[in-house]
Design a protein around this ligand. Structure first.
Ligand code: KG4
Ligand code: ZN
Length: 341
């Protein structure tokens, strides 16, 4: 089985060719950091325009890398949300047009499902169910992944996403954009005990996450400390919160075969190491995709498309672009969750 995957929901344009037996024949990516850097964050209109310019050549390059054409694929999969709606539409319409023109089935992929299933692309032994910490620029959730299209949300952030907290902290500290890798880098030279910072919701019986208070504390501390010390202290606080909340969720994840982390923040080595220790303490396997598969890419969209296609789930050309699209439709709304501040 061969799937073309397309991704354009935020600031990465990407195309990949993925097989049903987990081979990534091609994956091409065009970042837009330079276009957004002057604004210190992703500007939706600039992103949508950049996707339009980048996508077609990327698809052609991916086919050239893999040595095949659209006629060799079994289905086309594209991100249909959640994300910045202008960008989502670019990839979605392109995917539908290619599928229609070549007479191929189309699969509308939830970007979060792409992240959620990405560890199964890199690890053939990862079986359902598993407890997933999904940490990205727009989300911070704990999900029990019971199968393809079967997600139970155990927790989410009540304010900022964790990647957003990294990005905002980097901006406050003048570390540049994108913020996550910059904070991680700066933290290497800092003292994680130098700046006392809060651990919002740590120890709370409530399952959720909160990062707004931590961001505010970084803002107050920044003028009085070295940036490296604030970065290290911030990262330590984030890790503390993630571990505390994940440990709590583990008590409600009976039957989970593994503790899994995915999403852009899963590229953070301090986060990965702390989760690995937590999994070991609980006698669970720990699975984290390679770094390139953590941040946005199209291989994970192609893989989610492959999993859905194999399960007989395809979509019509009327599949809508969705700015919001929760993985667990039964999860109750949480105040402010997923809303970018
Ligand atoms: O999954 P992703 O690429 O895009 C979204 O779907 O949001 O995640 C991007 C987020 C950004 O907030 C970025 O700063 C963060 O992931 N990130 C990191 C690291 N690499 C990327 N955060 C902390 N440490 C990193 N090494
Ligand atoms: Zn993402």
């Amino acid at each position: 089985m061969l799937i073309l995957g397309l991704e354009s929901s935020c600031d990465e344009t990407a195309a990949a060719l993925v097989t049903g037996d987990r081979r990534v024949l091609a994956h091409r990516l065009a970042g837009q950091e330079a276009a957004h850097r002057p604004y210190g964050g992703v500007v939706p209109e600039i992103a949508a325009r950049a996707h339009v310019e980048a996508l077609e050549p990327l698809i052609a390059a991916a086919f050239a890398d893999a040595g095949c054409t659209i006629h060799d694929v079994d289905a086309v999969a594209a991100t249909a949300g959640p994300g910045l709606i202008g960008g989502v539409m670019v990839g979605l319409v392109t995917g539908k047009a290619l599928a229609h023109a070549a007479g191929k089935p189309f699969v509308a992929v939830n970007h979060l499902e792409g992240h959620a299933l990405s560890p199964r692309l890199s690890d053939p032994d990862l079986d359902f169910p598993y407890l997933l910490l999904l940490v990205s620029g727009g989300h911070c959730q704990l999900l029990l992944v019971e199968g393809v299209a079967r997600y139970r949300r155990l927790a989410t952030t009540i304010d900022d996403a964790v990647g957003e907290a990294f990005d905002k902290s980097a901006k406050i500290l003048g570390l540049g954009f994108p913020g996550g890798p910059a904070v991680e880098q700066a933290a290497l030279a800092g003292d994680a005990t130098a700046v006392p910072l809060p651990r919002p919701l740590k120890g709370s019986a409530e399952p959720h996450f909160s990062f707004a208070g931590l961001k505010a504390a970084v803002m107050r501390a920044a003028p009085h400390h070295a940036a490296a010390d604030v970065a290290a202290s911030f990262q330590a606080a984030v890790v503390d919160c993630l571990i505390d909340r994940t440990a709590r969720a583990l008590r409600h994840s009976h039957g989970a075969t593994a503790l899994v982390v995915a999403g852009g923040v899963a590229a953070n080595l301090a986060v990965r190491e702390a989760l690995r220790e937590l999994a070991t303490r609980h006698g669970l396997r720990f699975v984290a995709p390679p770094l390139w598969l953590c941040t946005d890419n199209a291989a994970m969209i192609g893989w989610a498309g492959a999993e859905r296609f194999a399960a007989g789930m395809t979509d019509g050309l009327d599949a809508p672009a969705r700015a919001r699209w929760p993985l667990d439709p039964d999860a109750e709304a949480v105040r402010g969750a997923g809303v970018k501040a």
